[in-house]
Design a protein around this ligand. Structure first.
Ligand code: SF4
Length: 128
């Protein structure tokens, strides 16, 4: 049985500048991915925050934290070495800060009353 497609041998050549740039870009992306937690952890964190928010909503508690609390949390995150700025948030299209511990975009997460820092730098805001 013969093959219809016969691969042609390629000639050895140097990589073009464009190819080298793409390789560098990909390696940079992989470095960032290595720093972020697995997708399963990010989904679990997001699901937990949303579940706690839903419970708070049902109990008539505040779901969105007061602006001053969000700003206080955001200041802590901005000084934290775990915050990365080289990730584009698909919701805003901007390079928002992303936490390497939970994988969340923190400028959004700080607004949830029930959210908390995964390493305890700030807590859930109590609003009974
Ligand atoms: S949530 Fe906690 S660990 Fe993540 S960036 Fe903010 S302060 Fe740092």
């Amino acid at each position: 049985m013969g093959f219809k497609f016969k691969p042609k041998p390629t000639v050895d050549r140097e990589a073009t500048k464009e190819e080298l740039d793409k390789i560098k870009e990909t390696e940079k992306m992989l470095e960032v991915e290595k720093k972020l937690p697995p997708a399963s952890q990010m989904v679990r964190d997001l699901a937990t925050t949303h579940w706690k928010s839903l419970k708070a909503f049902i109990k008539g508690k505040q779901v969105i934290t007061p602006q001053e609390v969000a700003e206080e949390r955001w200041k802590i995150c901005q000084q934290c070495p775990e915050l990365l700025y080289d990730q584009t948030n698909p919701d805003t299209g901007k390079k928002d800060g992303r936490c390497t511990k939970c994988g969340c975009f923190m400028n959004v997460k700080v607004h949830y009353s029930t959210a908390e820092c995964p390493i305890g730098k700030w807590k859930e805001s109590k609003n009974d």
